[in-house]
Design a protein around this ligand. Structure first.
Ligand SMILES: Cc1ncc(COP(=O)(O)O)c(C=O)c1O
Length: 480
């Protein structure tokens, strides 16, 4: 247990009462407190403050119990045979697929759900199979996860143009004029446009209106929904991106190792898989040197699916539905709103603020994730690794670094193009993180991110505030 909490907790009741008063709507989410007790009791029993829901969601106890009961009761064999153990699991796999489409309100005539190991697997599949050529473009915002950035290497290998649209300070949204201009001038061979619904760097939520805007101009659109869907509704009958990658462990913690590509059927037909595998073909011949790819999702699911874990995805979605994501959304945004105001008000006695929070300083256009750096009274930043170590002593799980989103980091932390080019020019063929830190000496190489989710409550955010407060009036040298 953290013996650092009791001091902080002396004001907990008073602060909670004030919070209830300033955020009366929060009380409408009281049912989540009972769910926390029942399903996530391990958090309080082990005195943990979990603030890394964008890193990974937490599973409810009942999900694991339901999965265990299912596995204990049935004999499941490898799917896609007509024997009884195979038929039983095939049925569950297909039920799960239908459930996913229904959950996202995606019509079966319009979308398919392709199972992948994770969101990155879904993105790679699109990247390697997209018909890039010398006449196409891959257009993406600076604010993207590396698994979206990585698609540029497939594009590059086929001679496609690669175009990045900058995001701008302080709100970290794409430059609207540049993005419009780029979307208005789609190359004649077509192109792929990618952006995240919610930034995993800053928590900024990007304008989903870019989806119809781009599609009307002939772009295929990847909407990276991995960080968005755990606490927001994505309705695919309203928004119709061509490809939506996501990871289920981010939504409900369990199982890991399964993600999904939601793809429009017509967009999926444009993809040319670079190979075939067990499970993806209707027929293949050695002597005839031929293969026929299966239609729809099957043609994209290489080898044997993670079939024993797949029914746990349906269990997870059922759980999330029973809790109601709208309720989760309301709760985490109320908490974020309160915490933002509190954190922004932390100041050193000589005037400067303790924290630089990246992205909007209100809950408008952001999700329940806050990314920041800590600064001392002389304006010197605290290394984010120091903050992580200190947080660990409080049993606080948060995340530090750039969260695999280098473009978000570069703009937020004001690392310039020339600075980065110089770093990389000197570092070939390898650059370690340590080299990188040296290279940007004087500037932070990363930040601290806290993110809320379905099990979060007031105590969690209040204790983070207490944790942050201890750095007020302290200098970096106090810690070295
Ligand atoms: C926005 C976003 N996209 C993609 C990913 C990649 O997800 P995974 O590591 O599950 O493949 C992440 C992971 O943090 C993410 O936050």
């Amino acid at each position: 247990m953290s013996d650092l909490w009791p001091k902080c907790d002396t004001e907990l009741e008073e602060m909670r009462d004030a919070f209830f008063e300033s955020h009366p709507d929060y009380r409408e989410t009281d049912s989540l407190d009972r769910i926390r007790e029942r399903e996530f009791g391990r958090l309080d029993a082990s005195k943990q403050i979990y603030l890394d829901f964008t890193g990974g969601g937490l599973y409810a106890l009942s999900q694991v119990e339901a999965h265990k009961a299912l596995l204990s009761e049935h004999v499941f064999g490898n799917p896609h045979s007509s024997n009884p153990s195979s038929k039983r699991i095939t049925l569950l796999v297909e039920e799960t697929r239908k459930k996913i489409l229904k959950y996202f309100n995606a019509g079966e005539e319009e979308y398919v759900a392709v199972f992948t190991p994770n969101a990155s697997g879904a993105l790679k599949m699109v990247g390697e199979a997209y018909p890039f050529s010398g006449e196409t473009a891959y257009l993406l915002t600076f604010d993207n996860h590396n698994s979206v950035n990585g698609i540029r290497e497939f594009a590059r290998s086929k001679g496609s143009e690669i175009v990045y649209v900058p995001i701008t300070l302080p709100d970290l949204h794409p430059d609207r004029r540049i993005l419009k201009e780029k979307l208005d001038s789609r190359p004649k061979g077509g192109g792929l446009f990618a952006f995240p619904a919610q930034s995993n760097f800053s928590g900024v939520q990007h304008d989903l209106e870019w989806i119809p805007y781009a599609r009307e101009r002939g772009w295929d659109v990847i909407l990276d929904a991995a960080a968005f869907v755990p606490t927001n509704i994505l309705d695919l009958s309203v928004w119709k991106p061509d490809f939506v990658p996501l990871s289920f462990y981010k939504m409900f913690g369990y199982p890991t190792g399964i993600g999904c590509l939601l793809a429009r059927r017509d967009a999926l037909k444009k993809l040319h898989r670079p190979w075939f595998a067990g499970g993806t073909i209707t027929a293949a011949s050695v002597q005839g040197d031929t293969y026929y790819l299966a239609e729809g999702a099957e043609g994209f699911e290489d080898g044997t699916l993670n079939y024993l874990s797949l029914p746990a995805v349906k269990i997870g979605l059922d759980f999330l539905e029973s809790v109601d994501v709208r309720m989760i959304h309301r709760r985490v945004m109320e908490l974020t709103d309160w915490l933002l105001v509190q954190l922004v008000s932390l100041k050193h006695d000589n005037g400067p603020p303790l924290l630089r929070i990246y992205g909007p300083l209100s809950v408008e256009n952001r999700g329940a994730a806050l990314t920041m750096n800590f600064f001392d009274p002389d304006g010197q930043f605290f290394d984010h690794r120091l903050i992580e170590r200190a947080a660990s002593r409080w049993n606080i799980s948060l995340r530090t670094g750039c969260f695999c989103n280098p473009g978000g980091r570069e703009i937020a932390l004001e690392l310039s193009e020339s600075e980065l080019i110089t770093c990389f020019a000197h570092a070939k063929p390898r650059l370690t993180m340590e080299d990188f830190r040296h290279c940007v000496d004087g500037k932070s190489s990363g930040a601290v991110r806290i993110s809320l989710g379905l099990a979060s409550n007031f105590t969690d955010v209040y204790r983070f505030l207490c944790f942050a407060r201890q750095f007020v009036n302290r200098t970096v040298s106090d810690f070295t």
